[in-house]
Design a protein around this ligand. Structure first.
Ligand code: ZN
Ligand code: ZN
Length: 777
């Protein structure tokens, strides 16, 4: 028996061969992996940024960094017609090969050898994509590289994605690349709505982009188009009827400008989403265009008053999306910087934060709508706010104070709830400038002493329409749900909504009833200090609309006011986009109930309260104080002398009830000569010295520094608030009597430089001291 039989040798040979084959395959695979790792595909086509509306139609398009129109064709824009036509024309086996078509290469190679010239017939769509991504000279070596790259592309991308890349990169002459760019710039539509004739025209141009220029060689393109349509017919690619229709379709296109709508928003989003070729916004095209027109026309009418700009935001309260975004009256206007984005500009909010302020106070249980508050001159450590109309209204209800946007009650309310609490709520509502400057904010915050943007304000008001939950409105379509941050309770927002929808307000536009057939809305106006900004923010369950009117230059205008200038525009826009809507008004929640309160104070009626009225309150939250609007006082039978417990005679005195007004209100009544039931003067024979209820020095301010001109004869005013049974007070400067004066009268004195002690003693001996510093220039 031989050592090695033939079979043995054969087996050995097969074994070796198999081993080699396996090794070879593994080797090739490793080589490919190393190549793929060492030479990764860089697919970064630098598309033109496209901004779409809520229907995914182009609102605005930007040139890419190489100043080319290279718009990305989206997968859903590649219709079966388009895919069929392009694959039939360019690469019939596209769906089946793995990057190269060996048969086509063999055929082309034979042809090259036979005819001695090179043709590009062997290129698949994949290889064309490689060439568009990495343009190279046409050499055999580069061809090999292209083939390897084609494999790589097929390895990493699906067929649909490769087709998408192809359609997005093919040339159309001039600076136009990609079928979508051509479709938009010539046919003014997106690829998914092109007709068969249009698709055919667009598929033939990339082969000869310089000789087949749309708008220039239309007749020739038409001829070529119809030639290809006939070939499609022969191949039975489409129904004959469709081909016949396409053959008769004329071709009268020319190049158009790229869409440039909603420019402020487009510029903003391109920056914020720099990595996205297509940004899908929530903008409703029709409302956007209509409001742009309304704003432009409205501001044109204000030119004569030297008012040049306005900005508008429309938020859909149900979807929490921004549906219109108008940054200025005219983007292209060089007057007053049309390109400034008024939606994001930081301005002073005027009175527009007051609803939040009162809302917080409702939730703190401090007030209810019928609670009363004194609108009288007040001094908050040197801060002496005035009302918009320079008038004071005395005792008013909270709902009156808010509806009429009174300043003193708002500052008092902020003092009561504390500035940090208000700032905390504003931070939760994503007010960025307020976040940054939180530590510097004081009581002036109630009147707009801070920086806000129209977008921030509109988002805040949208929370009033959303049961007090703050949801930041989205600018782009997103499946991601924004978090809801509770700012106010549902009960509190309902109270705010009721007050802000009263149609008996001074900030209602003139002829409101005749001009507008408005849906019911709640709204708040604001005018910043120096009349630089007019605001009006309105909402119902459906929309929140924010309006700003003013000059980007910051120039103030005497006529500028939220009520007269911004509100008519708000009503116009609401009337336009929400006309005839059937949105229901907000309903009170279960925690909100009605109760009887005293009309004089808004507190629960005592046995002496004669005018009970109905008021809302939040169960378990709102205060339950009993009214003390009157107090019992011992007087003589003719009510000309009052007594205290020390001087009360054993007989002959009677008890009478007098209004229990705060000293500040009495001071104001006296200064305005308003009649009220005064407590008779206190028994002159009384020996009691009262320690409480000393007069309050309302001016100057304790601890303040006053700088006075040295040359002329400067005087400082002295005024105080004393109880309503006080007739006269004694003013002392540095413990020396200056003057006796009626308690309600201001007097003047000439101070020395340096530290000055000021004392005020009433006719019952109750005394208050303050110290000020006086400097002379
Ligand atoms: Zn009462
Ligand atoms: Zn007495």
């Amino acid at each position: 028996m031989p050592l090695f039989s033939f079979n043995h040798i054969q087996n050995l040979f097969v074994k070796v061969l198999r081993k080699k084959l396996v090794r070879g395959l593994i080797g090739t695979l490793i080589l490919l992996l190393v190549l793929d790792w060492g030479f990764p595909l860089r697919v970064n086509p630098q598309y033109s940024t496209i901004i779409t509306d809520s229907d995914n139609k182009i609102l605005h398009a930007f040139l890419n960094r190489q100043d080319k129109w290279r718009m990305q064709t989206e997968l859903n824009e590649i219709t079966p017609t388009l895919a069929k036509a392009i694959i039939f024309k360019e690469d019939r086996w596209f769906r089946y090969h793995f990057g190269v078509n060996p048969l086509a290469i063999a055929r082309a190679a034979t042809r090259n050898i036979l005819k001695g010239r090179r043709t590009s017939g062997a290129s698949t769509i994949t290889m064309q994509v490689v060439r568009l991504l990495y343009p190279r000279k046409r050499t055999y070596f580069n061809k090999v590289i292209e083939i390897l790259r084609a494999f790589q592309l097929e390895w990493h991308y699906s067929k649909d994605e490769i087709l998408q890349l192809y359609l997005s990169l093919i040339p159309y002459g001039s600076n136009i690349e990609g079928l979508k760019s051509a479709s938009v710039l010539y046919f003014q539509k997106s690829p998914d709505v092109l007709s068969l004739a249009e698709v055919t025209a667009l598929t033939i141009i990339p082969n000869r982009p310089s000789s087949l220029r749309l708008g220039i060689n239309n007749a020739y393109i038409l001829q070529e188009r119809n030639r290809w349509l006939q070939r499609f017919a022969q191949a039975q690619l489409f129904a004959q009827q469709d081909i016949d229709d396409a053959l008769t379709e004329p071709l009268n296109v020319k190049r158009h400008e790229a869409p440039k709508l909603a420019p402020h928003l487009a510029i903003r989003l391109r920056k914020e989403y720099a990595q996205l070729p297509i940004i899908h916004t929530s903008i409703r095209r029709n409302s956007q265009l209509t409001i742009e027109k309304i704003v432009h026309n409205y501001v044109t009418r204000l030119y004569a008053m030297n008012i040049h700009n306005a900005a508008v935001v429309v938020i859909n309260n149900q979807t929490h999306q921004i549906e219109s975004y108008i940054g200025s009256a005219d983007f292209d206007s060089p007057i007053d910087g049309g390109q400034v984005d008024g939606v994001r500009a930081v301005r002073s909010p005027g009175s527009t934060l007051k609803p939040l302020l009162y809302g917080i106070a409702f939730d703190e249980g401090i007030i209810t709508p019928k609670s009363t508050i004194n609108d009288v001159p007040s001094n908050f450590s040197g801060f002496e706010p005035e009302n918009f109309d320079k008038q004071f209204h005395g005792k008013v209800t909270v709902e009156f104070a808010l509806a009429n946007s009174l300043n003193i009650p708002a500052v008092k309310m902020l003092k009561e709830i504390s500035t940090p609490l208000m700032v905390d709520k504003l931070k939760k509502a994503d007010f960025l400038t307020i976040k940054k400057s939180a530590s510097t904010l004081g009581l002036s915050l109630a009147l707009g002493g801070c920086g806000v943007s129209l977008e921030e304000l509109s988002n805040l008001f949208s929370a009033f329409a959303n049961k007090g939950d703050f949801v930041k409105a989205n600018l782009i379509q997103s499946s991601e749900k924004m978090p809801a941050v509770p700012i106010l309770s549902e009960e509190s927002t309902f109270l705010i909504n009721q007050i802000l929808s009263q149609v008996t307000r001074p900030d209602l536009p003139n002829n409101y009833e005749y001009t507008y057939r408005m849906p019911k809305i709640a709204w708040k106006t604001g005018t910043s200090f120096g009349k630089k900004d007019a605001w009006s923010i309105g909402y119902n369950a459906h929309y929140t609309i924010g309006i700003w009117v003013g000059n980007f230059s910051g120039e103030g205008v005497p006529e500028l006011s939220g009520a007269n200038i911004a509100t008519p525009l708000l009503f116009d826009i609401f009337n336009t986009i929400d006309y005839n809507s059937h949105t229901r008004w907000f309903l009170p929640s279960n925690q909100l109930a009605l109760r009887k309160v005293c009309a004089e104070s808004g507190a629960l009626p005592s046995e002496y309260c004669e005018h009970p009225i109905t008021d809302y309150y939040i169960q378990g939250i709102s205060h339950t104080q009993t009214c003390t609007h009157t107090k019992a006082t011992w007087v003589n039978p003719t009510a000309t002398i009052s007594y205290c417990s020390v001087c009360l005679p054993d007989s002959g005195a009677i008890q009478k009830r007098y209004p229990n007004y705060a000293p500040e209100l009495i001071t104001w009544y006296e200064s305005k000569h308003i009649q009220y039931a005064r407590i008779p003067p206190h028994n002159p024979k009384c020996t009691n010295v009262f320690n409480s209820n000393a007069p309050i020095i309302s001016y100057p301010t304790d601890g303040a520094e006053y700088i006075l001109a040295a040359n002329d004869t400067p005087k400082l005013m002295l005024s105080c608030q004393a109880g309503n049974d006080i007739k006269a007070v004694y003013w002392y400067i540095n413990d020396k009597l200056l003057q006796k004066a009626p308690a309600t009268e201001a007097i003047f004195f000439r101070p020395e430089s340096g530290k000055v002690k000021i004392s005020c003693t009433d006719d019952k001996g109750r005394n208050t001291n303050i110290w000020i510093k006086v400097k002379k220039e």
